[in-house]
Design a protein around this ligand. Sequence first.
Ligand code: ATP
Length: 254
Amino acid sequence: MSDAVIDAPQARVAGQQGTALLELSDLHVSYGKTAALHGVNLSVYPGEVVALIGANGAGKTTTLRAISGLLKPTRGDIRFKGSSIAGLSADKVVALGIAQSPEERHVWPTMTVDENLSMGAYLCKSKVEVERRMGIVYHRFPRLKERHRQLAGTLSGGEQQMLAIGRALMSEPTLLLLDEPSLGLSPRMADEVFAFVREINAHGVTVVLVEQNVHNALNVASRAYVFETGRVVADRDAQSLKQDPELLSAYLGA
Ligand code: ATP
């Protein structure tokens, strides 16, 4: 995680005039013989928070899993910092600067908070460096620091979500992929998690956010892509999308 503080709204505006950090073109992904993505195109610029929204099964998680190297595209390309990463292993994608915090958190319940965070920096061989990164995460997440020796399975849902995001930050990503960070959380905890996402972004990390709670997603993101049955059907500024209830109810039933 860069310590350079970037003003996020300015970064978004500046970024969109420059080169995309991430670019998906004509992306097709299948599960066996079943096609899940049918030619997705999207771009994310440095400093943005971009939301992917859409009904259940629209292809949002599949898109994140393809970016992070967990699924291989059957057609199309994924470019990160100008180079193709389509088909690279998940390890290589992490090493290039992309980290994913998966849906339903998936922290290791019988490991401590410290141990879970260390696992996020598994590519880093220097203990001193791992401790430095942990210090940054704990600085941003004092509540995790208070519980650093506690088993992750005993944390509240919101704390586990913060731990999952903190673990993703341990690889010092340029691009953070967040899948349903508010899933199962109380509104208060969800607010805390979204405030944290804003803070991470303000420190220079670009974020792609998949979120069922459209209201929260559009409050955090500057732009959103609307997915329907494996395709992008709209790409809009978050503010204008918020004011378009017809479009939201057409695709999301919101
Ligand atoms: P949700 O919010 O419900 O997770 P989503 O927009 O993230 O929805 P995906 O999970 O990407 O949607 O699913 C896209 C399509 O791929 C759906 O038709 C889904 O049934 C299918 N799919 C997802 N995972 C698998 C899998 N492991 N095996 C087979 N099909 C899958």
